[in-house]
Design a protein around this ligand. Structure first.
Ligand SMILES: Nc1ncnc2c1ncn2[C@@H]1O[C@H](COP(=O)(O)OP(=O)(O)OP(=O)(O)O)[C@@H](O)[C@H]1O
Length: 233
């Protein structure tokens, strides 16, 4: 079975449907970009994938050993997060909170995982620095290390390159690609950067109230939805 399967999913707020009849699935090692205009329901879908918002109808199923609370999540940036008064190490380690359950302290395994992910992302030197003093690109690496601490199977990234300059953005995409290819971790990324989505992703989910397109990224460019969104038609 797929890691995540959405069947006829509709989600809304206070009786108002935002997205309806969503059908798609995410397989092991996939790299899915969710695209669509502002207000098309991307973040709403993300909340439901994380179990933070109930669906109105349909179902979201998890398979291949993925549990909903073991999704590694990198949230959309907000001002609170930018000014978070904690060290880099503390932020990365907090990715282990879900798996810690009711244990009061982090274990040696939690700490080893945090150290390994910091090394993997080249941020070990920043370990003792305050998160809020980092550059935008460094902050995203720290939050990515934190998300990696929470999962072995699936990363969910909500607009991770917003506010980053083109060079740091390209580095971030390459990092994600490397993690996806070398660790086999599936990636789901909400993005407004459609050109890069098509370049890096294996699959595209284009939302506009419902699914305008779901399938291979290479085919998306030739689809009606893809041509219109990429500016070719
Ligand atoms: N908490 C909420 N209560 C009521 N309506 C909401 C709430 N959150 C979002 N909405 C509405 O749901 C719709 C979809 O919003 P959502 O944030 O999911 O879109 P999005 O595709 O992620 O947009 P963007 O690209 O701007 O981030 C919008 O019309 C929005 O106003």
């Amino acid at each position: 079975m797929a890691l995540i399967k959405c069947e006829n999913v509709s989600i809304g707020y206070e009786g108002q449907t935002v997205v309806r009849d969503l059908n798609f699935e995410i397989g092991q090692g996939d790299y899915l970009c969710i695209v669509g205009e502002n207000g098309s329901g991307k973040s709403t879908l993300v909340k439901s994938l994380l179990g933070l918002k109930a669906v109105d109808s349909g179902k979201i199923e998890f398979g291949d050993g993925l549990k909903q609370k073991e999704i590694g999540y990198l949230p959309q940036q907000n001002d609170f997060q930018k000014d978070f008064p904690a060290s880099v190490y503390e932020v990365v380690l907090s990715g282990r909170l879900n798996s810690r359950g009711f244990r009061p302290f982090y274990t040696a395994t939690d700490k080893a995982e945090a150290a390994e992910k910091m090394e993997m992302l080249g941020i070990t030197d920043l370990r003792g620095q305050c998160f809020r003093d980092l550059s935008g690109g460094q902050k995203q690496r720290v939050l990515l290390a934190r998300a990696l601490c929470a999962t072995k199977k699936l990363l969910l990234l909500d607009e991770p390159v917003t506010g980053l300059d083109p060079i740091v953005t390209a580095e971030f995409y390459q990092l994600i690609q490397k993690i996806n290819r070398e660790s086999g971790i599936a990636v789901v990324m909400v993005s407004h950067d459609i050109e890069s989505a098509v370049e890096y992703a294996s699959h595209i989910l284009h939302l506009q109230e419902t699914v305008l397109y779901f399938g291979k990224a290479s085919q998306y460019k030739k689809s009606r939805a893809g041509k219109a969104f990429l500016g070719g038609e």
